[in-house]
Design a protein around this ligand. Structure first.
Ligand code: NAP
Length: 244
């Protein structure tokens, strides 16, 4: 085992693909999930079958106490956390006038405060070691803005601002902080889109297809590697040309 990665939202979608990809590349993987223990255990079983090293931790990212316990558990299991991937997130499609205060708070609690909580709980060790990588997952909509997703777009734009500011603050401590802003990726997050809408999104993408979770996992692996040691504060957007 080379290094350890802590991935939130690793039970499904992009986080799951990242967990498998990092495990195949000799990382110890802390699989953090919230509600879906069965899916998290499937990821664990797949990694174990590959001969990899992983463990499952439950935490709602918006809850500081739960995240703190999960991070402590991962440190106990693996010794340290070298890479943090703040991937857990939710999306919602609603016209602005229908977005409630509760929708707004929930969107920011999970997508933004979740990232804050996870950084708070993992940073001290990285600062002590003077190395580490933090990768936050935003979205093309955090860059370009999406109609009927004002709260999601605003939260994902906040992820970008957070990344840039923290990157400047932590660079002297040898820690790289970057952001990945995926385009449209075929995961459960698109469950509310019918086949017709998905086909339209594919057509709108210059490369002519939707992204896969593996497309994003490969970028995450690169950013976590020492090949990316001179990259910090950047927003990398694997999106098939959807937003250029
Ligand atoms: P997904 O398939 O819906 O999976 C979401 C993951 O987040 C699940 O593992 C879920 O865990 C976890 N999660 C949700 N709420 C949580 C909470 N409160 N605490 C901890 N974990 C929580 O989503 P995805 O498409 O892989 O998206 C992953 C990230 O990429 C998100 O940040 C999303 O905004 C971003 N993104 C996705 C797309 C896309 O087109 N799919 C595009 C751009 C950006 P449980 O199942 O265990 O509850």
């Amino acid at each position: 085992m080379k290094k350890t990665v802590f991935i939130t939202g690793a039970s499904r979608g992009i986080g799951r693909a990242a967990a498998l990809c990092f495990a195949k590349n000799d990382f110890g993987v802390a699989i953090c999930y919230n509600k879906n223990l069965a899916a998290a255990n499937e990821v664990l079983a797949e990694i174990t079958a590959l001969g990899g090293n992983a463990a499952v931790f439950k935490a709602d990212v918006s809850n500081m106490a739960e995240i703190s316990a999960a991070v402590q558990g991962a440190k106990k299991t693996f010794g340290t956390i070298d890479v943090l991937i703040n991937n857990a997130g939710i999306a919602q499609q609603k016209v602005f006038s229908d977005i409630t205060e509760e929708d707004w708070d929930n969107m920011f609690d999970i997508n933004v405060k979740g990232m804050f909580n996870c950084c708070k709980c993992t940073l001290d060790d990285m600062i002590d070691k003077k190395c580490g990588k933090i990768i936050n997952i935003s979205s093309i909509w955090g860059i370009a803005g999406a109609s009927c997703e004002v709260h999601y777009s605003a939260a994902k734009a906040a992820v970008i601002g957070f990344t840039k500011a923290l990157a400047k603050e932590l660079a002297p401590s040898g820690i790289c902080v970057n952001c990945v802003a995926p385009g449209v990726i075929k995961t459960d997050m698109l469950a509310s889109f019918d086949e017709c809408a998905l086909a339209a999104l594919s057509e709108e993408t210059p490369l002519g297809r939707l992204g896969t979770p593996e497309d994003i996992a490969n970028v995450l692996l690169f950013l976590a590697s020492d090949k990316a040691d001179f990259i910090t504060g950047q927003v990398i957007s694997p999106n098939g040309g959807f937003v250029i």
